[in-house]
Design a protein around this ligand. Structure first.
Ligand SMILES: [Zn+2]
Length: 375
């Protein structure tokens, strides 16, 4: 249900394209960038293997887990969504290198969304695997644990402020028939990872870099010696990750996200190992495309407010969505929600930049261009 970025709001323009670079060297059959979701194990660098695992909805199609073999260590970066079949598929994949999931020493999870975190909790229950998560995700994890499920109430409040009552009604109707969550997997990790922490594996070091934005605690892991960036959902090759879709939201999640994108430009240009999509040769090119995309969206939001939209909902209605430029009404209710929240974080950043004003008449928040007096 709570996919991070299934809005699939595609980056405008070309991005880095999906077909550059030798994806998955060492796989028996060269896969095209488009079918990165197929099951198996794909060696992307010496001792580093990409394992796509399934997701229960079709928005993102799969999540890449990366297995790192290093001396006595077998480490996963991200662990997947705890579905009935996930454990079996993970073992089938690891079997190709003569390993199994009982041997996993540690899970480094890039962020708290369920497609990354929940399987780590299952592995810990089964094998005592050590689980690490960025410390900035503590508030959202705690809120989910308190609610016994991923906490939707903050999303609903934000939708009310956005004036998106029709979307709330559609979501409620949809949830009435939704499956109950089988069990609570929102357990605390063994370790809260801090920014710039050095993660020492047997014969290898990773640097944790806090990249708040997608969630407050999102963390990427850089193998600087081997020029690899385990990027989680921070930098995705084909889609723009949602920003601030979590139980406890930062004040300016888009401001955080853009700053975190620039952090990646301060690191060397590395191979991009994303959680969704194929491996790419460059992090920097994709970061430039994502920054340009958000600049475009910010000016598009400004234009729509100038043309008479007042709320985040009205603005979202007037914007094109996904790479194909679909109308808001063509999105399903869940993606409509992501679209409204996404628009809200853009409008709030424009307010912080002084390019819009914001007024609140509880619960509604409305936006306007600054009047002549304010300039
Ligand atoms: Zn994800």
């Amino acid at each position: 249900m709570l996919m991070a970025d299934s809005a699939g709001q595609r980056a405008g323009g070309q991005g880095t394209g999906g077909d550059q670079g030798p994806e998955d060297q060492g796989s028996a059959h060269q896969r095209s960038a488009e079918d990165w979701t197929g099951p198996g194990l794909f060696t992307v660098a010496p001792g580093v293997h990409r394992i796509p695992l399934p997701l229960p909805n079709d928005g993102l199609r799969a999540v890449n887990v990366y297995a790192i073999e290093s001396g006595d260590d077998l480490v996963l970066v991200d662990a997947g969504w705890a579905l009935a079949e996930t454990g079996g598929l993970l073992d089938e994949a690891l079997d190709r290198i003569g390993r199994n999931s009982a041997e996993i020493t540690r899970c480094l999870v890039t962020h708290v969304h369920r497609d990354h975190y929940t399987m780590a909790v299952i592995l810990r229950r089964r094998f005592g695997t050590h689980v690490a998560l960025g410390i900035g995700d503590r508030p959202s994890l705690t809120a989910a644990a308190d609610a016994g499920r991923e906490n939707m109430s903050e999303h609903v409040r934000r939708m009310e402020r956005a004036g998106a009552e029709p979307v709330i009604r559609a979501l409620r109707a949809g949830f009435a028939g939704a499956l109950p969550e089988p069990e609570d997997l929102w357990e605390q990790p063994d370790e809260w990872v801090k920014d710039q922490a050095t993660i020492k594996l047997d014969g290898r070091q990773l640097r944790a870099v806090a990249t708040p934005g997608h969630t407050q605690g999102h963390t990427v892991f850089a193998d600087l010696e081997r020029n690899l960036l385990f990027a989680g959902d921070h930098v995705l090759p084909h889609i723009t990750p949602s920003v601030g879709f979590e139980a406890v939201v930062a004040e300016l999640p888009l401001g955080d996200y853009l700053r975190s994108l620039r952090l990646v430009l301060e690191l060397p240009d590395m191979r991009l190992l994303p959680a969704h999509g194929p491996v790419m040769d460059t992090t920097h090119a994709r970061v430039h495309a994502l920054l340009a995309h958000h600049e475009d969206r910010l000016s598009a939001c400004l234009d729509r407010i100038g043309a008479g939209a007042h709320t985040a909902y009205e603005t979202a209605l007037a914007l094109p969505w996904t790479r194909r430029g679909r109308r808001f009404s063509e999105l399903d209710p869940f993606n409509q929600m992501l679209a409204v929240l996404e628009t809200g974080v853009h409008l709030d950043l424009l307010v912080a930049q002084g390019r819009l004003t914001r007024e609140s008449t509880s619960p509604l928040v409305s936006y306007a261009l600054p009047g002549p007096a304010a300039r």
